[in-house]
Design a protein around this ligand. Structure first.
Ligand code: SF4
Length: 397
């Protein structure tokens, strides 16, 4: 079945750029200071300004709302209330909307969990990364493994029945000390097992990306830190995929698995070309523009300036070629693969014909399979997404 692009629902992303202390691998926009009142007041104003300006004259229902960071759980109840009130006052909320917030275990108290529940959050995403204290210390996390365990229980106790745990692999200490090529998955296996034993509805498992100019990058460069090899990294990934599937999780995106029905609807928007509005520092929006026949005619992507009469004015305009590139880049991340029927619906052309040569080449090299209207990454393709994307995107030039 092809996907239907819903043009009257919208996602809203709120960026809360404050953290207690920077993690050693982090290059997200976040500041080591307490959340500032003025920032939340501005968010509320921007959201109000978006009410009229945003959305092509179509009435939109917010069906996913996501507070990300930074550490949104550092915000006070009143600060969160200000922003939530503004969203609810400016947009209709769809019935059963998914309302998510990212939390750091160190910030989770009984009171905080009760506040989040009362404020109407339906989903909590907790950054755990590892259940090994030495690993947590090596990557500069502020919490211990025990604190993460407690926080999970507190959230459950407060009634949250949709919890994600973020885990990371490819971290310092996850390979056997100093020995090259060792397939010592022990620490990662234990973290994964412990996460699964807690029984969250959703688990994200991302490989560490060593970002330039972070303390971890510097430590790696000067030899103070050793990271797992590519083979070790892939062994950790394959182990996670197999284990999560064995335990009843649906591996639905390269780095995400969920119990059936608990896939993150907000993130699925990003991977399915659905519109969303971003508020706060470095928060991006995506607004497709449709032609009269309901197909994509173009779009806007980037950091909107909500103080302007036309907030998208000055944003990068997306051509159809850009949008096709986005489509390939995002849809291929889904394990069910890229939907050619959806592509035809959006662009009015046949992807299999348009990309016949690269698709044939990639299939013959074992990166993808093409069948039943879907282009799907093979396990080999999942380990090598960059060459696949490059080959397909090159065909757009
Ligand atoms: S808590 Fe998240 S946003 Fe904050 S420093 Fe750590 S990784 Fe970065």
């Amino acid at each position: 079945m092809s996907m239907v692009l819903s043009n009257n629902t919208i996602g809203v992303y709120i960026h809360v750029p404050y953290c207690i202390r920077k993690c050693r691998y982090c290059d997200f926009v976040s500041f080591e200071r307490p959340p500032e009142e003025g920032y939340f007041a501005e968010l509320a104003e921007d959201i109000k300004a978006a009410e009229n300006a945003s959305v092509n004259g179509i009435e939109h229902y917010v069906d996913t709302l996501f507070f990300g960071g930074g550490t949104p759980s550092l915000a006070s109840r009143a600060q969160l209330e200000t922003v939530l009130g503004s969203v609810r006052g400016s947009f209709e909320m769809a019935d059963g909307a998914e309302v998510s917030i990212e939390v750091n275990p160190e910030t989770v108290t009984k009171q905080k969990a009760a506040d989040l529940k009362e404020l109407g959050f339906t989903r909590v995403s907790m950054g755990v990364q590892s259940f090994d204290d030495a690993v947590l210390k090596a990557i500069g996390r502020i919490h211990s493994a025990e604190r993460a365990r407690q926080a999970f229980k507190i959230l459950r106790g407060a009634g949250f029945d949709n919890i994600n745990l973020d885990l990371m692999f490819g971290l310092p200490r996850q390979s056997a000390d100093g020995a090259p090529g060792v397939q010592d998955l022990g620490i990662w296996q234990e973290t994964l097992d412990e996460a699964i034993d807690l029984g969250p509805e959703h688990i994200s498992f991302y490989s560490l990306q060593l970002e330039e100019d972070t303390p971890l990058w510097a430590a790696y460069r000067n030899g103070a830190v050793r990271l797992p090899s590519w083979e070790e990294n892939r062994a950790m990934y394959h182990h996670a995929v197999a284990k999560l599937r064995e335990k009843g999780y649906n591996h639905y995106e390269v780095s995400n698995a969920a119990k059936p029905g608990f896939e993150c609807r907000h993130n699925l928007r990003y991977w399915s070309m659905q519109p969303y509005l971003g508020f706060g520092i470095s928060a991006h929006s995506f607004m497709p523009v449709f032609s009269e026949d309901g197909r994509f005619a173009g779009g806007y992507r980037g950091e909107a300036d909500w103080s302007k009469a036309d907030p998208f004015d000055g944003l990068q305009k997306e051509s159809l070629t850009d949008l096709k590139g986005d489509f390939i880049f995002t849809q291929l991340r889904l394990i069910r693969g890229l939907d050619t029927g959806f592509y035809r619906q959006l662009f009015g052309t046949d992807l299999a014909e348009e990309f016949a040569d690269p698709l044939e080449k990639l299939a013959s090299e074992g990166f993808i399979t093409v069948s039943d209207g879907r282009v799907v990454l093979t396990p080999y393709g999942l380990d090598n997404t960059n060459p696949v994307m490059q080959e397909l995107l090159y065909a757009l030039l």
